[in-house]
Structures are given as structure tokens and as C-alpha cells.
Design a protein around this ligand. Structure first.
Ligand code: NAD
Length: 480
């Protein structure tokens, strides 16, 4: 059986205690590889390697670093079909999705930051008392990058690329539920010429390996994407150590649909926002707010669109909904459907497991689910479900729509559907989120700031925001 080993100091290593975790394909339920169960000792080795590699990587210069990271980007592109298949087998998502979105985005993440560092500048301040101030930006040193299971290589490289481009050395950990593409990525980095120790990839449980990265005194910054509860815990450990922290956490995003929109077109995109990747995207719109005048018409159209999210074997072209990431998560999501019924909701469609048969007979599948009749303040409308479940709520005024949209602890993203330009600007301005899409969803430009407010996180990723996070700024003041 394939062993997913740690990548430390340029080579592959078994975990210190020789303990391994089963890696399950969620579409089949089969254990198909074993994952290194790393502990503090492995983290320590990786941090030491990173510390030793740091001066040479920092001093290499932007051009050379950029060339190496471009080679990594090209390496991912070269292995796109293998990586896409590995991602689908590991996570349960449709193969066409990992082929068209996840892996191409990993290619772009690497090339974006490889080239961005060639175009940055720092500030100067002329002052009138014969002094000149200027700023320098220097890499931090050894940084930790910890990522979740829903968009595995996509989010792993979204952190690693700016960290490395800025001149840091990295100790990174993918989710123990989806480690395969990070493991394959290590070989691509070796082939691309990343010097030993510059990037180290450790596998294992969050509470063991992840916690040891966060608590290590020589890891100076933590970039974390994952659940809000985990983020809160990480902050309690890292903040007293004065580490820089970037936290990209959960969401409970609202989709606001106002009268006057093209109903068929909007319903198609609202369904996409709710159910893409089995609803396992932090940005998915899981609370659909619909203006009362068009509620019935929109609901009928949305039901039709939801039927198009065909559940099936992730390897089939026709599949639009693959497997949920594991049995525990499937049970959690189904539990929320039961809770919705207890809270007074009506399940309009879905809400059940789906038997696929064949090689997927033991996989973790459920049908896309729409629920109506729930109050905005019930648990199902307040807690992150992170699966193919969305609720429908009517509203009568713009103020009411905003009040409902802003009523959760989360504040990651929202999407607004309207033909009224003033309304679009007004609503976007008043939504308590880090990102607002108008008449669109998940349109990404890697230069824009990405992140949430409230319990959805602290800090921003993307473009210059990411390079700022992974550098320290120093002011130098010269008396002329
Ligand atoms: P999670 O918090 O369980 O785990 C995320 C990562 O943290 C994993 O690698 C895990 O091993 C590690 N980890 C767990 N406990 C840790 C600890 N004590 N110390 C250090 N590391 C630890 O999250 P998940 O279930 O993998 O991912 C789903 C969550 O991620 C959802 O809440 C989703 O909204 C969120 N998410 C947010 C964004 C964003 O950009 N805001 C993007 C994707 C996913």
C-alpha cells in the first residue's frame, strides 16, 4: 500500500514513531493509502531544516526565486491529469471539477506569486525636517501553513506560494483527510529545484502535528485555513507567543435575490453557489434569501436547477455532486437535515443518502437538499453545515434582507442578485462580509483581498495582502 511520507529537508521520511493513518477514498469507502502520523519530533526536524535553509533562500534574490517557483507551476501543469485524479479520489469531488478548477488554480497560485514578487516596491516619505524615511520588507523566517480538506492543493498552494515567494521557509501541513496531492506536490518541488529545507510538508492529525507547528517557538507566523473552532484554539496558542496570524475560517454565506432579476439565469447560478463541490466550499451560499414577490416562481426554478446536480461516481463526466469527504461528515450533514425538521423546516428536495452501486456502493453520497420554513435565528440557519444543504427564506424589504444576512456570527462572503444598480452598491456596502459578489459567485482575481470578518477570520490573503503578511516592514529614517 502506498505510504504518504513526510517531505523534510529535500527528502521523504517515515514519521518518527512509524505510526500511520488510514486514507479512505470517500467515493468507495476503501482504504487506499497510509498517511504519516507525525508528531512534535517530526515537526522539530522540519523546523530545523527550514531554519538552516532560510539565509540562502532569503538572499537568493527575487529573480532566481521566481524562476524556481515558475518551474513548480509548470510541474503542476505537466502533472495535471494525475493530480486531478488524485484529488478526486482523495476528496470525493467530481474529476471534471478538479481538472477544470482545483489543479489549474494551483498552477496559477504558484505562477501568480512567482511573478508578483518581480513587480513590488516599497515606500519612501520625504519629510520637511531634512529626513528621508523609507521602508524595507523582509521575510519573516520559518512560517507554518495549515490547510483544510475541501480544496486541498488549491488552498495548500494559495498559502505556500506567497510564503516562499516572499523569501520565507515553510513547514506546511495539509488536512489528514486529503493529503495525497500535497504528497505528490513534494516531488514536483524537488524536480523544480526547490532547495532542501525551503519547503517541508508534514502529514498527520491536527491536534498532534498541526498543534506542534503552531506551538513551535521558531515558527514565527501561522497561516491557517479551516474551521472557526480550530482557528480560535490556534489563536489562543499563537497570540501569547506574538506570532503573526492569518486565519481564514468558516462561513454561513447569504445569497440575496431581489425582484426584477432573470429568474432562470439567477436560479442556475444560485444553485451553483449552493451545491458546487458538494457544498463543501467556505464560500457556498447556504442561506438563500428571496424577495417575497418572486418567492414561489424562484423556488420552482431553483428546484429544477437543483435536480441537475446529479449525484454519482466522481469519475463520471455526468456527475455534478460527488461524495462527501468522509462518513463522519456525511453523518454530520444528515444530522443537520434532521435538526431542520425538528426546527420546523420542510425539506423540499433531497436530504437523504444516495445509493450509487458498483464501485461506489460503500461511498458517502447524499442528495442536494433545499429546506424552507425555518426562522433566520434557528441553528440550521446559524451554524455552518458545509455540505449540499441550503435554506430558503423570504423577505419583504431590503432592510429585512440585510438584517437576516448579517444575523450570523460569520462574515465571509455574500452574493447579491439585482438589476437595480443603486441597490447593488447599497446592499454590498452594508453586508458584514469580507467579499461581496454582485450578479456572480466565486469569480476570483488573485490580486484582490480575500478573507472574512467576524468569526470568519482575521487578515486577508491574495495579491499584495499575502506578501505583506509574509514579510515584516521596517522603517529606516535618515537625517540628510
Ligand atoms: P479543521 O479546522 O478541522 O482543519 C483544518 C486544518 O487544521 C487541518 O489540516 C487540520 O489537521 C488542522 N488542525 C486541526 N486541529 C488543529 C490544531 N489544534 N492545531 C493546528 N492545526 C489543526 O477544518 P476542516 O474541517 O479541514 O475544513 C473545513 C473548514 O474550513 C470549514 O469551516 C470551512 O468553512 C473552512 N474553510 C475556510 C476557508 C476560507 O478561506 N475562509 C476556505 C476553506 C475552508
Amino acid at each position: 500500500m502506498l505510504h504518504i511520507r513526510n517531505y523534510i529537508n529535500g527528502g521523504f521520511h517515515n514519521p518518527n514513531g512509524d505510526q500511520w493513518i488510514d486514507n479512505v477514498n470517500p467515493a468507495t469507502g476503501d482504504v487506499y493509502s497510509l498517511i504519516a502520523r507525525s508528531t512534535e519530533t517530526d515537526v522539530d526536524l522540519a523546523v530545523q531544516a527550514a531554519q538552516q535553509a532560510f539565509p540562502a533562500w532569503r538572499d537568493m534574490g527575487h529573480k532566481k526565486r521566481s524562476e524556481i517557483l515558475m518551474a513548480v507551476s509548470k510541474g503542476i501543469a505537466k502533472h495535471l491529469p494525475d493530480l486531478a485524479l488524485a484529488e478526486s479520489n482523495d476528496q470525493g469531488k467530481p474529476l471534471w471539477l478538479s481538472t477544470q478548477v482545483d489543479i489549474p488554480r494551483a498552477v496559477d497560485n504558484m505562477s501568480f506569486f512567482a511573478t508578483e514578487i518581480l513587480h513590488t516596491s516599497t515606500d519612501t516619505y520625504q519629510t520637511d525636517n531634512h529626513t528621508l524615511n523609507y521602508t524595507l520588507r523582509t521575510p519573516i523566517g520559518v512560517v507554518g501553513c495549515i490547510s483544510p480538506w475541501n480544496l486541498p492543493l488549491y488552498l495548500f498552494t494559495w498559502k505556500i506560494a506567497p510564503a516562499l515567494a516572499a523569501g520565507n521557509c515553510v513547514v506546511a501541513k495539509p488536512s489528514e483527510l486529503t493529503p495525497m496531492t500535497a504528497f505528490l506536490f513534494a516531488q514536483i518541488c524537488i524536480d523544480a529545484g526547490i532547495p532542501p529545507g525551503v519547503l517541508n510538508i508534514l502529514h498527520g492529525y491536527g491536534a498532534e502535528c498541526g498543534a506542534a507547528i503552531v506551538a513551535h517557538p521558531d515558527v514565527k507566523a501561522i497561516s491557517f485555513t479551516g474551521g472557526t473552532v480550530t482557528g480560535k484554539h490556534i489563536a489562543t496558542v499563537a497570540a501569547p507567543m506574538f506570532k503573526k496570524l492569518s486565519l481564514e475560517l468558516g462561513g454561513k454565506n447569504a445569497t440575496l435575490v431581489f425582484k426584477g432579476v432573470d429568474i432562470a439565469h439567477t436560479a442556475r447560478h444560485v444553485a451553483r453557489a449552493a451545491f458546487t463541490n458538494q457544498g463543501e466550499i467556505c464560500l457556498c451560499g447556504s442561506r438563500i434569501l428571496i424577495e417575497q414577490d418572486i418567492y414561489d416562481e424562484f423556488k420552482a426554478e431553483l428546484l429544477k436547477e437543483t435536480q441537475r446536480f446529479v449525484v454519482g461516481d466522481p469519475l463520471l463526466e455526468s456527475t455534478r455532486t460527488g461524495a462527501l469527504v468522509n462518513k463522519a461528515h456525511l453523518d454530520k450533514v444528515l444530522g443537520y437535515v434532521e435538526l431542520a425538521k425538528e426546527e420546523g423546516g420542510t425539506v423540499l428536495t433531497g436530504g437523504k443518502t444516495v445509493e450509487i452501486g458498483g464501485r461506489c456502493a460503500s461511498g458517502f453520497f447524499m442528495s442536494p437538499t433545499l429546506i424552507e420554513g425555518l426562522p433566520a435565528n434557528c441553528r440550521v440557519n446559524q451554524e455552518e453545515v458545509f455540505g449540499p444543504v441550503a435554506t430558503l427564506m423570504p423577505f419583504t424589504t431590503e432592510a429585512e434582507a440585510l438584517q437576516i444576512a448579517n444575523s450570523t456570527q460569520y462574515g465571509l462572503a455574500a452574493s447579491v442578485w439585482t438589476q437595480n444598480l443603486s441597490q447593488a452598491h447599497r446592499v454590498a456596502q452594508n453586508l458584514e462580509t469580507g467579499i461581496v459578489w454582485v450578479n456572480s459567485w466565486l469569480v476570483r482575481d488573485l490580486r484582490t483581498p480575500f478573507g472574512g470578518v467576524k468569526a470568519s477570520g482575521v487578515g486577508r490573503e491574495g495579491g499584495t495582502e499575502a506578501l505583506r503578511f509574509f514579510t515584516e516592514v521596517k522603517n529606516i529614517c535618515i537625517q540628510i
